[in-house]
Design a protein around this ligand. Sequence first.
Ligand SMILES: [Fe+2]
Length: 460
Amino acid sequence: MLSDCRGVSTSCQHADAIRGMESAHECALAFSGDAVAEIDAVLAEHPDFVMGHCFKAAMLTQEMETRIYADFVQSVEAAEALWSQANERERDHIRAVRAWVDGDFYGAVQHWEAALTKCPLDLLALQMVHQSDVLLGDVAGLRDCAAREFSLWEVSIPGYEFVIGFYAFGLEENRDFMHAEELGRQALALRPNNPYAVHAVAHVMEMRGRQSGGISFMKHHEKSWAQSNFANHLWWHLSLFHMDVGQVDKVLHLYDNHLRSQKHSGDRYEELDAAALLWRLKLLDVDVGHRWSELADKWETSASDTLYAFNDVHAMMTFVSDNRGEAAEQLLTANARYVDHASDANVAMSREMGMPFCLALQAFAQGKYGECVDRLLPARYNTHRLGGSFAQRDIIGWTLLEAALRARRFRLALALANERCALKPSSAQNWKYVARAHKGLDDLHRAAQAQAKANSLLAA
Ligand SMILES: [Fe+2]
């Protein structure tokens, strides 16, 4: 039996199969090429390669789309058929992908954790735990899964630069910004072509409100990420920096050139970034023309999927913004039925955050701003249940604040705007919200002070 390049033992006796999987894995970690196509080629030569099947199934868990489901199930079954020859760590991987197919996402994470505890250098297990924690909104977990193994990794071990990228993002989401940036930049120094490390540093800058630094940083590293499979999401991050300094024309330019995903229709990750950006523009009252309609076309085919609440809320943004009442009702009905009858892990996400946010989005688009506030206010500290990052989920708090202002609930709006300013005082947008709330309360002096603060930030 052979070990992989990190010394992790496998049940495989073919060195070329292991090398092939390592190449596919590097693709996935560096967001380049097609990892699934690469492993398919390896499996065609070595159909009894246990970890090859586990690797493919693991990659497909992260898709959260129905269109890959048949391929995913086939891959899990192929791994299960090889159970008797699998070693203990490999069996943990098989258990993990089986749990995922059965809808037990949290159970899957536990099985990958078990593999990682046995073999701390099992980079696939670490990647799966970390990325699943992002999908499931386990904020502490996505930091701690890297922390548990980090001291056992050394710079000479292949993949170290990806491990510190994971750790950097986990630290950032837990507001340890300085340490996160240090590790993110270290990862980039070791491997410039490392989009996930670029992403971790971009998140630090987003959370700290370092807009101009963020724009320079993204531009400086553009060559290393703009052609990667993570480019769409990184263009979205660059758009947020421009939006925060009031450069709406630049945001629309980035949307039209990089976020419309015309060439890759059907990629949910790209389409949710597009929806999230257009909804932010809607909150700013920007007319985005036909863009909603084009995007809603792409989402409508999956209106009743109920596979992942995070997708559902982004689908809902497009339906209500393009006046597609029927698609919106179809999504709500499918979710209501799903929440009543299903028992998989996504049910809790849909019940606690997906449905309230979908209904709030519908209320907002219908001008029922008070209802939007009432739906979001009790749910706002459960937003992590939806998965994604703080930067992505900020759209919920932002919608709540805008709705509170439009509902003329100015006391609440002021409290929410003050909270945003405390977290990100360098955001001109946040100070504009404070100004609007004071103006609503007829405190014109404080309104002028807050507006002046916004203006000074914009001028800077
Ligand atoms: Fe992000």
